[in-house]
Write a protein that binds this ligand. Sequence first.
Ligand code: SF4
Length: 386
Amino acid sequence: MSLYKTIYERILHRIKYEPENPESILNFEEAKEAYELSTRDLLFLAGHLRKYYFQNYVLVHIINNIRNGNCAEDCGYCAQRNTATGIPTYSLKSEEEILKEAEIAKQNGAYRYCLVTAGRGINAKMAEKYAEIIKKINEQIGIKVCLSAGIITDPESAKILQEAGLDRYNHNLNTSQNYYDKITTTHTYDDRKKTLEHLSLHHIGLCSGVIAGIGESIDDLINVGLELNRFNAQSIPVNFFIPVPGHNIKNYKELSSDECLKILSLFRLMNPKAEIRMAAGREIYLKEKQHLGLKVANSLFVSGYLNVKGSSTYETIKMIYLNGFQLDPDTENTILELRDQILSEVTPDEFDRMHYALQEMKIELKTIEELRPFAVHLQKDKKNEA
Ligand code: SF4
């Protein structure tokens, strides 16, 4: 029998004396028990691990939809699904456009540049195309890349990407095996798991996350969190569902900020060493409490989420630094000027206003200009020349 009577004591003992244990700090039953702790206690416990592995550093990711909309799949949470409407659609951006946007992402302090394509998945031919782009970004821009191009059914595709130097591929499990058919019918949870297996076999690091608030139970969230631990996911985006126009999630839930903080804490405890990302929905549900999320998460997106707007680089960097965090040393030097400008300008009033602005954030879809800034720019240039 354990010396420690309460779940709080047991977790505290483990994180203090066995922090290097790569296993989840919690098993399924313990995770359920832990979720009943207060938000404050959970943040405190999970915050120990965050500090132990990542100090006060934050990794910033920028997403680029390199192909948007018109997807034949029916993922109920996605604005790009077959029957969803209201978003701009376009085929694959040109290499030139993708490279320019990679450069901008680097200048904005991004640690990783995430290339996301709409669609079910890739075959070897498409993998070759992406491999070319990845090589050029590595050689010419020097920013880490993550590719999110859907299901991989043939190991050859993973091999091609690995040989091109890709060290991270995003493929979210999203929810538990039990709940998966409630959110998607055109592919299965096993399709997603097999994709992660192909990638692991070729030593490509896994970025795989979840969506909370899509009608799942806490059991579903714990099951997927523990599954990601078994896969040794290096990066885990924790998304809070945003009801985009055309979605098909019938029983979605508007999460409270406390629920979001508890979920983030639980994912840190289940995946101590992973890069836990406070992802989509942070501005909407956590509002002025985003800095509390950073006490357990060590990563976030700036400039929005695929088709939904989010905080700008300026707002995000301000939130990070005003709350005692800093960008990781490798990328901080790209935003020193902006950081210094922000810090030199901050007054108590501004500090309050920043919180107010975050509170006022509403769901807004991105426009084509925001999704394809360079293409739009090039079109304008052509018109002006004519
Ligand atoms: S999540 Fe991906 S596969 Fe599913 S509908 Fe959206 S773009 Fe298509």
